[in-house]
Design a protein around this ligand. Sequence first.
Ligand SMILES: [Ca+2]
Ligand SMILES: [Ca+2]
Length: 495
Amino acid sequence: MGPNYAGGCSILDTKLSVHPPPVGQFAAPAADRKSAAQQDSCSHVRVSHYSASPFLLHRFWRRRSPRSSRPPPPSPSSPADAVVPGQYIVVVRPDVTPELVAADHAVTRKFTYHAVLNGFAGVVPPGQLAGLKADPRVQQVVPDHIVQLIAPVASEVGPTAKPGTGGGGGGGSGQVTPVGIQRIGAAPGSFIYTGAGVGVAIVDTGIDLNHADLAVQPACFTAYSACQDDHGHGTHVAGTVAARNNAIDVVGVAPEAALYAVKVLDTSGSGSDASVIAGLDWVRTTVNTPAIRVANMSLGRPASATAADDQPMHDAIKALTAAGVTIVVAAGNDASKEVQAMVPARFPEVLAIASTTAANGSSGACGSVAKDTASYFTTDGAFNTTTNVGVTVSAPGEDQENVKGCILQSVGILSTKLGGGTTRMSGTSMAAPHATGVVALLQQKTPGITAETVRSQLRSGADRVNTAPLNSPTSSDSFDGEQEGVLWAAGALNN
Ligand SMILES: [Ca+2]
Ligand SMILES: [Ca+2]
């Protein structure tokens, strides 16, 4: 049998997480709580988001302190090495049929991999584990680690978020070009590229298939029962990449790119290595028109204490990259960490994107936060040209940070909302899709461009290299010794 692309409750136990945004946005965290409390019959796993409490504000420190003395980050990370109980990812030899191995050890497969890996995932009966590991056809057996969306940080609701579907909103003003799109120089008409003919996989909670400002391809993958977004995170990410250039809502970086929904996270924003690898396997296997050339992964988890446990995910990433798909990953929303501590952001094949502010924020008693400042929540990490690990470039993950008294409030990125209209979210989850959109433009200009060439062009074409990101004034500032600049679409395209 082929991979389980759309069958019912196939993924029961995996948790992936999306990188959440910072303080201020009320809708998303409320939805998170709702979904956590209403887990469907298919989801037996605990939910652990990176998101901050919606009403938790971030204190504003005047002095930067060394990373080692920083206070804990504003939002809790999922516990290290959280796994789906009893579930394993099994990699078998290339010449072996994974279905036969699973049957021989009484494993009910939740996913079967034929493209990015040869293997399967499922619950291994307790008495079978030793025999499975000893089977000469088996190369690797690892626990299935929980993955989550990089949860959005709560963000202040700005004046242009619109509750309805389409239409003018705010006095019939029509389509809004979000501040982040403007900041990277990708407003409509800035260049001849639109992403036309380029497929983009949104590896996330799904996409709202009925949103009037999103044109989603009919082909899709789900690890659950449907490709339709039931959380909101994936819909927001999709809009930043490719909301249509029309008279309603917002416009994305690459408004004519083809969006593919790859739903690997459940209604609570959680999945696991097994579900994520299944989504990547679908991207690699399925022949789509237009072909998928870039994948956005605004999700992750801490690197495992056992390095071998991260190998199947890494192998899947390597295989998909080698097949010509550039993979863009949110760095994470934990300023106490660097990307080398995160999976999949730590893998050298991916483009890890950190978050900056797109505009100047308002001033309070403790000062103000200028545009192009490292977001107070962003995970960072200087790019190491030897290991190829680190942040490729920063991009807007929030409109701005306002200071009220000595409290920071994040005003989120405006993008498409599950159910129609627009909403705001903040986080590296919102920064990554700005870069994904630019990759779609590059793929249109130079079909087949490799991930490493893309990385090189994003870095050399960035704006304010050696100046931005500016240091955050908070104690959790993310200065990592490299100011790699802010994503700049025209710079990347003109290299
Ligand atoms: Ca639009
Ligand atoms: Ca940096």
